[in-house]
Design a protein around this ligand. Structure first.
Ligand code: HPA
Length: 251
């Protein structure tokens, strides 16, 4: 079912909110819908609304109470639910720890590749008796066209968005050791989070273009600062900037 909701014939957009964004104030809510899937229940009821003239579905990945741990999220149900509603574009927001020196708290970053260090999560639709095997192409995990549209929107909104970087996904819910972050850096990771996978891969399996915006909440653990210091002022400001960017994206 291809759904378009305004005269610009936009495809239906979903925004997945992370731990810093379990609600999206910029969304003018119209209604909520409970969706069931063959894979169980999504993290929460889906919230429909408008950003400008564009219909958007919002899903709070950790639930509206922010209570579902990264490894406990039913990623398959979340992505299936969005797809079953006609969503054909997903912008996922995810908190990250910055590894690259410029990724300090409050920065917004648009990764272009990822490394998956999660384990034990239900990460594919193509398993089990009678299900057709599929090896989804994942050489470019984030959709280049959608990324480009986000870059253009950031320009229109005059919101700084660091374009490019490798997102490492760890299992959580604990943060990393300093040695783990050093190892991630050697592997080429620029930022680290806990929820980007298998979300991105499941979207690819369903052929839904997916891009992620990382919201840097802290510097990832290092020998200098074993205690992670979340900078709340910078984070709150970046949530505001992020919403301006999303508004421009929906124009
Ligand atoms: N590590 C993993 N995930 C995170 C971090 C971090 O430092 N900050 C926010 N999400």
């Amino acid at each position: 079912m291809e759904v378009s909701h305004n005269k610009k014939e936009h495809v239906m957009l979903a925004i997945i909110g992370g731990s810093r964004l379990s609600q999206l104030p910029v969304l003018q809510i119209t209604h909520r819908q409970i969706v069931r899937t063959p894979y169980g229940d999504p993290s929460c009821a889906l919230t429909f609304g408008l950003i400008g003239a564009r219909t958007v579905v919002f899903l709070a990945r950790h639930g509206y109470g922010n209570s579902i741990a990264p490894h406990e999220i039913n990623y398959r149900a979340n992505i299936w639910a969005l797809h079953s509603l006609g969503v054909r574009q997903i912008v996922a927001i995810a908190s990250v720890g910055g590894i690259r020196p410029d990724l300090t708290p409050g920065q917004l970053v648009l990764p272009d590749d990822l490394i998956d260090h999660t384990w034990g999560r239900k990460h594919t639709y193509h398993e089990g008796a009678g299900v057709q095997l599929k090896h989804a192409d994942f050489s470019q995990p984030y959709d280049p066209v959608l990324r480009e549209k986000l870059i253009q929107a950031s320009g229109r909104a005059q919101v700084k968005l660091s374009a490019g970087g490798v997102y490492a996904c760890t299992q959580g819910p604990r943060l990393e050791t300093a040695a783990e972050v050093r190892a991630l850096a050697i592997m080429g990771a620029d930022m680290v989070g806990m929820t980007g996978m298998p979300e991105a891969a499941l979207s690819r399996e369903l052929d839904v273009p997916y891009a992620a915006i990382g919201l840097v909440t802290n510097r990832a653990a290092s020998a200098q600062s074993a205690l992670i210091d979340f900078d709340m002022t910078a984070i709150d400001e970046s949530v505001e900037r992020l919403q301006c960017l999303l508004q421009a994206f929906c124009e």
